[in-house]
Ligand binder design. Structure first.
Ligand SMILES: [Zn+2]
Length: 56
């Protein structure tokens, strides 16, 4: 089981078989996160999320 922390709320996210490019949702805060690396397991905000912020 791969584990990492949500970059938004710091909750531990665990996933059994992460694949790069997979979009997952944090169960705690609901933010969409993309798997950017599987070993070590690492997630980052999706491009859509970042674009929303760029518009402001
Ligand atoms: Zn979160």
């Amino acid at each position: 089981m791969a584990k990492t922390r949500c970059p938004n709320c710091d909750t531990i996210i665990s996933i059994s078989n992460p694949r790069e490019g997979t979009v997952i949702e944090c169960a705690a805060c609901g933010v969409e996160l993309e798997v950017v690396r599987k070993d070590p397991f690492q997630v980052d905000f999706t491009d859509d999320w970042q674009n929303e912020w760029d518009d402001e």
